[in-house]
Design a protein around this ligand. Structure first.
Ligand code: FES
Ligand code: FES
Length: 185
């Protein structure tokens, strides 16, 4: 290898010199242990132990891996660690506050809105994002917002009921305490 690295070697050299990539994850500054080109889903699960975010299809089709990136629901299997540099990430682990579940989490429990629960964290993240944008969605709007999240167990009617319950609960509560950590909500 030449003394002056070039091409891919040069990029690796620069990355090494730049040090680990940081992001605000669930309200705390964290350093990724993974390389910049590593799948963000893999880095969260395997590198940082945030295993609530699930690997379903790995192709951006099922929504099981949904996280909030700067408040926007994104498929973490379609992002790399470098995409998250300096940004705010909220995973399902970031929704509980001081031992209290987020109203959407509570509503999923109350409505029994899961069977195997493999889709549940992605469903909850997408539902929170919907309610932040639209606090009073119609049934049609809920179905549309969640159509990219697949539930193989067929619990969609209960999921819709849970989002409706959460919307009512969030209307009753003060705005404080209903947003995920680090979301600015
Ligand atoms: S695992 Fe990411 S969309 Fe299916
Ligand atoms: S509860 Fe099993 S995939 Fe949704």
């Amino acid at each position: 290898m030449a003394n002056t690295p070039s091409g891919r070697d040069a990029r690796g050299f620069e990355d090494q010199m730049a040090g680990p990539i940081h992001a605000q994850i669930n309200g705390k500054s964290r350093a990724f242990a993974s390389e910049p080109e590593t799948s963000l889903l893999f880095a969260l699960r395997e590198g940082l132990g945030l295993t609530g975010t699930k690997y379903g299809c790995g192709e951006g089709q099922c929504g099981a891996c949904t996280i909030l990136l700067n408040g926007v629901p994104r498929r973490s299997c379609q992002l790399s660690v470098s995409d998250a540099a300096g940004k705010s990430i909220v995973t399902i682990e970031g929704f509980e506050h001081n031992g209290q579940l987020h109203p959407v989490q509570q509503a999923f429990l109350d409505q029994g809105a899961f069977q195997c629960a493999y889709c549940t964290s992605g469903m909850i993240v997408s539902s929170v994002a919907l309610l932040q944008k639209n606090p009073n969605p119609s049934t049609t709007e809920i179905v549309q917002a969640l159509q990219g999240n697949i539930c193989r167990c067929g619990t969609h009617p209960r999921i819709v009921a849970a989002v409706e319950q959460a919307a009512r609960a969030m209307h009753r509560s003060t705005p404080q305490g209903t947003g995920p950590k680090g979301s600015g909500q």
